[in-house]
Design a protein around this ligand. Structure first.
Ligand code: MIG
Length: 809
């Protein structure tokens, strides 16, 4: 571990230089001619370059350029899900010196000489975004770049997983999937590459998705106060422009383009526990026993790399887990699912002479004479190669290892099917680690630059495919689980990613440290991921590396109890930090938050469904809900869950109070019910057992009874907590389904709308075909201050599937 740590430090030190220097680059030539087709205008330039501006939707434009040549025929991206769009109405006008495309929402102006592209709001003609100079390229190196005018009041958000604060103005960033053990604020690049950002300006916002999987760079005014630039060391100049003005609308379009996150199984929202590593099986069972004995909720236990036979993927170590199926069954009987880690490095192990693989359940056979996954992959020629045809051999946990070329369809299918080794033995979900891909020989990837992937016969280079390796692994894994566990929602967790990952995997934020800084940094990371199409986020509670003290652990849970992925995890050489490790006082507080999470599951699940359907994440910066509130531009030490909960966690030691900014509106302190007027900062007491938590006036929060795992008991009664706004009104629509299967896609869900007004509740007849078990609804006007004299605070009725009007008078 020590050795590794220093190797990673070297990597991080060398990773810094990402400023975009535009000097010495060549500009694209002026427009010489153009051709209009159904959905696009193609410009041919005096230097032989070509630019195509395609109208995909009134608020979505694609710009694609080839320098000194025509646009290539092949047009493929692993990120894009929707490739055919119904062409909306648009017009092309020729103006002196420019071509103007008008859609219902945008005016795209291509100035001819020099060729500069400008995006305007079609109604106000206000410029939203414009080239600061023509697109740039370097014919020698293959570098491509675009520089946009930097607005004096412009702010930048997104870029997926970045170890930086929320507002990225004046920052510079690189995308190159990297195993960054112990990253801290400023480490860049990190594990994931999501080259999508949102530009905010007073009254408006736009998005840009630079769909290029080579090493890309983003510079939001770091090099110059006049431009915000993005560049790539190879591949195409190829970006999508999203017109707001609302950020939520941009996110919805981004989800249409790159894919909507499918609904995860409900149990994935339960509490999860991990450690590097729990073994043998008896120790893993002890952990679960302890959870139950301590009355702590738990849905998932993770098995890290020691459960494998000498780190060989798709095997079990039978000395440690003698009967995997019986093991997972015993846990399942206690309401706990098992998730196993799967690393992409397949041990390079040619079989001993005469050795053969077991015909059935090879994962349970000894592997030392013959390792079936290696043998099969080798026989079918599925492993990544170098340009000269030799197999790419890296070094990871099993020693020398080879990697699958997931761009070969049959290889991806084979990889997916290999998961039988786990699903046949009762494993419920898969955790994809090390998929940058990490290689201990060289974490920078430089010595792998001659690795090629098949990629539709193009044999494309590593430089363009490293960043999509994890995306393709996750795709193969997800589709494998779909086949192996039919009609169950796959649950995949990934470390590395490229845009589009939300179609296949949830994520966690890798090897963080057990420090207050890491806890604080996790908030803007989650928010930025959400603003980049990845809603299901979380990081190791307590921190992965180093020593957690009990105060830090408790404060970490006061954030983690509301992150979609809620998992305590620790490194091999870290002291234990499960919830009970520091004594009853701390454990009692942690229990309180885990129990509250389970009570909030109907609320969280409703918010997850919104993320699935609309692309709007549940873990949000205030800015997303209050886009015009400039006070919210830089707030990343508070967050919101959906529209209704606002959390201002304590992110420093020895603090028992903090300032909390509340946006304009009515807010209720969740713990005391005290009503607050927003629009300013308030001081809030926050002893260790209390995280400042506010409910928006106007919200109705659906809550389950306390539970120790999803489905432990009937969710009866289901309580609606009512928090009236300034007019005394509140409403919500609860979303429910079976939490497990794909039936929701065919209408098997239930939406229950509740409206509160003048001490009167209107319960609408539910929509959708899903039928929950018999239950009662309890309605509670929660803040005492909101209950009118003479009114009741609560009512209870049976949920009979009909509409009701309930008087609290
Ligand atoms: O190089 O599988 O981020 O969660 O426990 C370490 C062992 C490899 C890195 C993951 C971490 C996991 C660990 N892995």
């Amino acid at each position: 571990m020590k050795l590794l740590t220093s190797a990673f430090c070297v990597l991080m030190a060398s990773a810094g230089a990402s400023a975009i220097d535009l000097n010495g680059l060549r500009s694209i030539g002026p427009v010489a001619s153009f051709v209009k087709t159904d959905s696009a205008v193609t410009l041919t330039c005096a230097d032989g370059s070509q630019v195509r501006i395609t109208v995909l939707a009134p608020d979505l434009i694609r710009v694609r350029a080839a320098f000194l040549r025509n646009l290539p025929e092949r047009d493929h991206s692993w990120a894009i899900e929707k490739t055919s769009w119904d062409v909306p109405r648009w017009e092309l006008a020729e103006e002196p010196g420019a071509l103007r495309i008008s859609t219902g929402e945008l005016e795209v102006v291509a100035h001819r000489s020099p060729l500069q592209i400008e995006f305007r709001d079609v109604k106000t003609h206000r410029t939203i975004n414009a080239d600061q100079q023509p697109m740039l390229f370097d014919p020698q190196s293959g570098l491509v770049a675009a520089a946009k005018k930097l607005g004096f009041d412009e702010h930048f958000y997104g870029l997926g997983e970045k170890a930086s604060r929320l507002d990225k103005r004046r920052g510079e960033f690189t995308m190159w999937n990297s195993d960054t053990f112990g990253y801290q604020e400023g480490t860049d690049p990190v594990y994931q590459s999501i080259p999508f950002y949102i530009g905010w300006q007073p009254g408006t916002a736009y998005g840009i998705f630079f769909d290029n999987s080579y090493r890309t760079h983003f510079d939001f005014g770091a090099t110059s106060q006049e431009y915000a630039a993005f560049s790539s060391e190879g591949g195409e100049m190829n970006y999508y422009f999203f017109q707001g003005p609302s950020i939520k609308k941009i996110l919805a379009r981004y989800a249409d383009l790159t894919g909507h996150m499918p609904l995860p199984p409900m149990w994935a929202l339960g509490n999860q526990q991990s450690r590097y590593s729990y073994y043998p099986g008896s120790v893993a069972e002890e952990v679960v026993r302890k959870y139950r004995a301590e009355d702590l909720p738990l849905d998932v236990l993770h098995l890290d790399i020691h459960f494998m036979n000498e780190y060989r993927p798709f095997t079990w170590d039978l000395r440690r887990f003698p009967d995997p199926k019986a093991f997972t069954n015993r846990l399942r009987a206690q309401g706990v699912k098992v998730v196993t880690i799967v690393d992409p490095g397949i041990k390079l192990q040619p079989p001993a002479a005469g050795a053969r693989d077991a015909a059935s359940h090879p994962e349970l056979a000894p592997q030392d004479q013959s390792y079936y996954a290696y043998n099969q992959g080798k026989a079918h020629d599925y492993f990544l190669k170098r340009k000269d045809g030799s197999t790419y051999v890296g070094r990871v946990w099993p020693g020398e290892a080879v990697f699958v070329d997931y761009t070969i369809d049959a290889a991806a299918r084979w990889w997916g099917d290999l998961h039988r080794a786990y699903t046949d033995n009762g494993v419920a979900g898969i955790w994809n680690d090390m998929n940058e891909p990490s290689d201990f020989n060289d974490q920078t990837g430089k010595s792998q630059l001659d690795v090629v992937t098949y990629d539709g016969g193009t044999n494309s280079p590593y430089a363009g495919n490293r960043n999509v390796f994890a995306l393709n692994e996750a795709r193969a894994t997800y589709q494998g689980l779909e086949r192996l566990l039919p009609n169950q929602r796959p649950y995949v967790i990934t470390r590395a990613a490229y845009a589009g990952i939300q179609r296949y995997a949830t994520m966690w934020a890798g090897d963080n440290r057990s420090t207050w800084d890491a806890l604080s940094l996790s908030l803007p990371m989650f928010m930025s991921l959400g603003l980049s199409g990845e809603p299901f986020v979380g990081s190791d509670i307590g921190g992965f590396i180093g020593r957690t003290d009990p105060e830090l652990l408790v404060r970490w849970y006061e954030v983690g109890f509301l992150t979609p992925f809620c998992r305590n995890h620790a490194a091999m050489d870290s002291p234990d930090h499960e919830p009970w490790r520091f004594g009853k006082y701390y454990e009692d507080i942690i229990r309180r938050y885990l129990k509250l999470r389970y009570r909030l599951l109907p609320f969280l699940y409703t918010a997850i469904e919104e993320s699935h359907r609309t692309g709007v994440p549940l873990f949000r910066p205030l800015l997303l809900n209050y886009q015009d509130d400039e006070n919210a531009l830089g707030i990343d030490d508070e967050f919101m869950i959906g529209d209704d909960l606002l959390v201002a966690p304590i992110l420093k030691p020895n603090l028992t109070a903090r300032l909390v900014y509340l946006p304009v509106g009515v807010w209720y302190d969740y713990w005391t019910g005290v009503r607050q007027e927003g629009g300013h900062m308030i001081r809030v007491e926050a002893p260790l057992e209390t995280v400042p938590l506010f409910v928006r006036g106007g919200a109705v929060v659906p809550m389950d009874p306390e539970m120790n795992y999803v489905g432990e008991k009937p969710a009866n009664p289901l309580e609606f907590q009512i928090y009236p706004d300034a007019r005394g009104e509140a409403s919500t629509t609860l979303y429910e389904d079976d939490g497990l299967t794909d039936a929701y896609r065919q209408g098997s869900f239930r939406q229950t709308s509740v409206t509160y007004r003048n001490s009167q509740i209107d319960l609408a007849a539910p929509k959708g075909e899903y039928r929950p078990a018999p239950r009662d609804f309890v309605f509670t006007v929660r803040p005492a201050s909101a209950i009118r004299t003479g009114s009741k605070a609560t009512a209870r009725i049976a949920d009979d599937g009909r509409s009701h009007r309930i008087e609290l008078r």
